[in-house]
Design a protein around this ligand. Sequence first.
Ligand code: ADP
Ligand code: MG
Length: 568
Amino acid sequence: MAINSLLIMAQQMGNQPMIVLSEDSQRTSGKDAQSMNITAGKAVAESVRTTLGPKGMDKMLVDSTGNVVVTNDGVTILKEMDIEHPAANMIVEVAETQEDEVGDGTTSAVVVSGELLKEAEDLLDQDIHATTLAQGYRQAAEKAKEIVKDIAIDVSADDTETLESIAATAMTGKGAENAKDHLAKLVVQAVSAVADGDEVDTDNIKVEKVVGSAVDESELIEGVLIDKDRVHENMPYFVEDANVAVIDDALEVKETEIDAEVNVTDPDQLQEFLDQEEAQLREMVDDLVEAGTDVAFVEDGIDDMAQHYLAQEGILAVRRVKSSDAEKLARSTGARVISNVSDIEADDLGFAGSVSQQEVAGSQQILVEDVEDAKSVTLLLRGGTEHVVDEVERAIEDSLGVVSVTLEDGKVLPGGGAPETELALELRQFADSVGGREQLAVEAFADALEVGPRTLAENAGLDPIDSLVNLRSEHDSGNSTAGLDAYTGDVIDMEAEGVVEPLRVKTQAIESATEAAVMILRIDDVIAAGDLKGGGTDDDDDEPAGGPGGAPGGMGGMGGMGGMGGAM
Ligand code: ADP
Ligand code: MG
């Protein structure tokens, strides 16, 4: 549909309103628009609610081609659900931002966002203006970020125990649960190995999945694992103290750009031509030898003749190395990536104590170990089935995220609903100082945050009211680290228990959940080019899009999705 058909000019011409809007487009305004968007947002939050916390359940998602994903990870669920409603998508973005910024806390962020919308609905019904609400929510969010910063606990980069607790907390309730102590150690080792001061680039951690054997047999390889074999059988299997060349080029004779025709008039000429090619290949290998190369990783191809010469020289060479792997090799061995073999010099080479071809996970792979600066590591994840390894990988990714973020920020918070309870308490006090109608919004914000501990309790089969009452009374008496032990139902000191999360998980969740809720609340007009579809109503395109009737049709899809959340 042409964009300009969307132009609305509700001009008054005399008494005749003139609306320039395409026939297929649909418009919902005022309270209808607000409540449609709120319902959509809440439905999204509802769909992931049951997965929250250590006792949260998993979801099985089946796409149109029959692929199955079993997961507990909020952002994965929302991405796989293929949500179409625009307001619902704003909530999905909350999860995506959370994933990008911290890697964990996606479910919590979405659940809080949904609850902010729910609380707002009540206030809107009491005729509090959406703008007032938005202002109150923003004020509350700012204050909340200050409060969590105040109660955050410092953690230093060499506090391995706390880092392992953080790594383990992020994996609680996921497929990785039963091996989480072992995996937490690997995660902390991996992140520490690639950390450069307080900067961590998790791209330097390669996660390789292997189906077979148990999750707790997963291991960390200091160095890089390349899923390739050496290019020629006469090359060595193992090279000790290797000078490593990383080449973004081919060891082949370059074809001429223009299709040249070579007319050979006598056999000598042909021989000369072939000799010349061979000489060129020989020269490339000689260049490598002169620089002192023991192992060569080549991103492009290696000519048969060159392979033969390399093998003669005792060089282990690998071809068609992925450029992401080449980068990792360069970083870990200290090599410089060469784009032209003839330029290679001794200081372009990196160093590895050992380069070997081994059978890893059922295939021949090249393992580069004992590297000069282990700025690159490989986490070899094992698990009984593909679905298991995939879910372990997602848990590990959350875990790598939180440990990196902690190294960067040096601040953590207790988990188990402790910060949410503390925030609710302090925000209610803060509300008194706000005054006006915004005060009600700040109070609503405080109530909304308690959805965290409430949901943890519900998912653990505990009484949410009792749990909240116990939590509040502990926090009232000054125990800001008191949280809910989802296994026993007791309120305990989460810091002592080792249930800790990075500060950024909470600040980011507060920020994006508030932004999304505020954005949705401020909308009083939805103009859609065509039918506003919810999930699963793809085939009703040709139904007449009848004014307000169309919108609830869209909502029907969303309602169905919420129902799916409840059913799983
Ligand atoms: P998210 O996608 O938000 O990270 P999770 O399913 O990972 O969702 O649940 C995170 C919540 O579970 C956090 O509030 C965290 O504090 C809590 N949690 C994690 N481990 C425990 C535990 N052992 N006891 C109580 N709560 C826990
Ligand atoms: Mg988590």
